[in-house]
Design a binder for this molecule. Structure first.
Ligand code: ZN
Length: 235
């Protein structure tokens, strides 16, 4: 089913920590002007970056790093109490010029290939749905990829990852920032403090993923009910 191009390999890899399980997927966009430029960079020893897979807009999949090796895509990162997520994750790059070069919708064939690839990874490794994330989820102050046009809802409809239904908060909840900081931490995000200014990038990351039509970092009612819905999926 899944046809893979193995004609390019990245030298940018090392060993995973001894005994480390693969239990996470991190989705990225390339953010470069072309697939060719992205492949060149991901295979350039001087660039010191890589990913396990790159998916072109036409759905072609390149495997650049073997799954059992550690690729260099996540950088400084955090999810569910863990740092250094390159240790435990598979990195998937989707070709897209990104916000700097003309961000555009991901192609249907490209999404279909991403779905097939992730289904295959879920079957091969113990990857819980809540550990299929975007780069922006694990590095909210540094990264915005794969961005608000990546269709997480469609993936979840097809059995990959989580998609929450909104649930209203209990009446007695008054301090929304306090609620949101605890809830977002429970979901997996790194919370520095419940101060508004510290929470804004995290709220934006959450919205980019789960309320993509409006990514403004504002803790509005709709965002709160979606956060609440997400938490309820975890308990
Ligand atoms: Zn990225």
């Amino acid at each position: 089913m899944l046809t893979m191009n193995h004609s390019l390999m990245s030298p940018n890899l090392n060993d995973r920590p001894k005994g480390q399980e693969i239990d996470m997927v991190v989705v990225h966009y390339t953010g470069m002007q072309s697939a060719k430029a992205a492949l060149k960079r991901l295979c350039d020893p001087a660039a010191q970056v890589s990913a396990h897979y790159l998916i072109e807009e036409n759905g072609n999949i390149y495997q650049l790093v073997p799954n059992e090796k550690r690729a260099w895509h996540a950088g400084v990162s955090y999810w569910m109490g863990q740092h250094n997520l390159n240790d435990c994750s598979i990195g998937i790059e989707l070709v897209n010029p990104g916000h700097d070069y003309g961000y555009r919708p991901f192609e249907k064939k490209q999404m279909q290939a991403a779905l097939e690839l992730m289904r295959c990874l879920i079957q091969s490794y113990p990857i819980p749905a809540r550990r299929i994330v975007g780069h922006s989820d694990i590095a909210p102050t540094r990264k915005i990829d794969p961005g608000e046009l990546f269709d997480w809802a469609w993936l979840a409809q097809h059995g990959v990852g989580l998609w929450p239904s909104p649930i209203p908060l209990k009446q007695e909840t008054k301090d929304f920032y306090n609620f949101a900081s605890h809830a977002l931490e429970k979901i997996g995000y790194q919370i520095i403090s419940s101060d508004k200014k510290d929470l804004i990038p995290v709220i934006q990351a959450f919205q980019r993923r789960f309320r993509p039509k409006k990514v403004d970092g504002n803790l509005d009612q709709e965002t709160i009910t979606i956060i609440n819905g997400m938490v309820s999926l975890l308990t």
